[in-house]
Design a protein around this ligand. Structure first.
Ligand SMILES: NC(=O)c1ccc[n+]([C@@H]2O[C@H](COP(=O)([O-])OP(=O)(O)OC[C@H]3O[C@@H](n4cnc5c(N)ncnc54)[C@H](OP(=O)(O)O)[C@@H]3O)[C@@H](O)[C@H]2O)c1
Length: 328
């Protein structure tokens, strides 16, 4: 039985951690939920018990076995090393440690072998849109991943709990023919009935930070250099990310080989023929889904469509699976 901390427990990813701890019978002895000062004293349910939210403070991780972090980069940067120093595993959903050469970036069914049960350390959970791509690309590695291009269609839940409400509010205003209020600044433009080709901030080379995360994290997880390009778009769906992927392989293979290879990947489901997954279909499901598999007109190049629940496999589920590998 383990003592668990969840930082950002009132957020969309944090709440999913609590739900998964219960649903997956994680051997929980004690839960310490943390959030901002605004949430101190709130009671959160897990395993039919109420647990009271605290603010982060010196010594707050003492005695814990694992701490899940889902409160953003700055909080992880400041507090995950304190969890590690207190003798806990720190499983971090932020981008703070993902590209550090001293930290592991783990998708359990892809590179879970890197985990070391004996070493209490900070383990980084990849970006949500990266995880589903890495799961789909992993089995194709044996054919040589020469070139990967990806265009994403990402739901508002990827921007946190307030972003979901923002879409609902804007949709109501737009349908009522009222002026749509975009003043919260959660999105750079109106998201209702729109799509926004920017996730994160732009860098000098024209890529936005979400695209850079996909392009830099994917090769690290797969353990191989890949020529990659990403273009990310926020779309007005509530939950789940979809991606159109073009992959050029070193080898010429048949469609059967391609599909059977994808089917061999743990955590990946293939939908064949004229049917395909959508984010609504994938909502609440643990698996990553692939469909629309067909050959491109370029040599050795394949196209497919990948969906996943960004809060589950893209965040909390991946974190819990890391903990299960460490403890169970
Ligand atoms: N959403 C996704 O699809 C997704 C996927 C992968 C990774 N992530 C990452 O997961 C993290 C959380 O994202 P989210 O979507 O769950 O955001 P969210 O719904 O906005 O939740 C943010 C959480 O952080 C807490 N928080 C804010 N200030 C804090 C402070 N000073 N001390 C402690 N806790 C504080 C909030 O507490 P209050 O309720 O008290 O404000 C809330 O619990 C981010 O790093 C994000 O990049 C998210």
């Amino acid at each position: 039985m383990y003592k668990v901390g969840v930082v950002g427990a009132t957020g969309i990813v944090g709440q999913s951690f609590l739900k998964l701890i219960e649903e997956r019978n994680f051997p929980l002895k004690e839960l310490r939920p943390f959030a901002s000062e605004n949430s101190v004293g709130r009671k959160l349910k897990c395993n039919s018990q109420d647990w009271t939210v605290s603010a982060l403070s010196e010594g707050c991780f003492d005695g814990l076995d694992v701490v899940f972090f889902s409160s953003g980069d700055d909080i992880s940067k400041a507090w995950a090393p304190k969890a590690e120093a207190a003798g806990a595993f720190a499983i971090d959903n932020s981008a703070a440690f993902r590209m550090s050469k001293d930290h592991k970036l783990v998708v359990p069914e892809v590179n879970g072998h890197l985990l070391d049960k004996t070493k209490k350390e900070i383990i980084a959970n990849p970006n949500c849109s990266t995880i589903q791509l890495a799961v789909a690309l992993n089995p194709l590695k044996k054919f040589g991943l020469k070139d990967v291009r990806v265009a994403s269609y990402q739901s508002v839940s990827g921007a946190g709990i307030a972003a979901k409400q923002e879409l609902i509010n804007q949709l109501k205003q737009a349908i009522a023919n009222e002026k749509v209020d975009t003043s919260s600044g959660i999105f750079t433009k109106q998201i209702a009935f729109n799509s926004i080709p920017q996730i994160g901030s732009f860098k000098d080379d024209g890529f936005c930070t979400e695209e850079i995360k996909i392009m830099s994290e994917t090769p690290k997880i797969l353990g191989t250099d890949i020529n990659m390009s990403a273009f990310t778009v926020r779309v007005p769906t509530l939950n789940g990310h979809a991606e159109a992927v073009w992959v050029t392989l070193d080898k010429d293979i048949t469609k059967d080989e391609f599909i059977n290879t994808l089917k061999s990947q743990e955590g990946l489901e293939v939908i064949e023929g004229d049917d395909y997954p959508t984010v609504l279909f994938n909502d609440g499901k643990n698996e990553v889904y692939v469909g629309r598999i067909h050959k491109d007109r370029q040599p050795n190049t394949w196209l497919f469509w990948v969906t996943a629940d960004n809060i589950l496999k893209g965040a909390a589920l991946n974190g819990i699976q890391i903990a299960e590998k460490l403890f169970c």
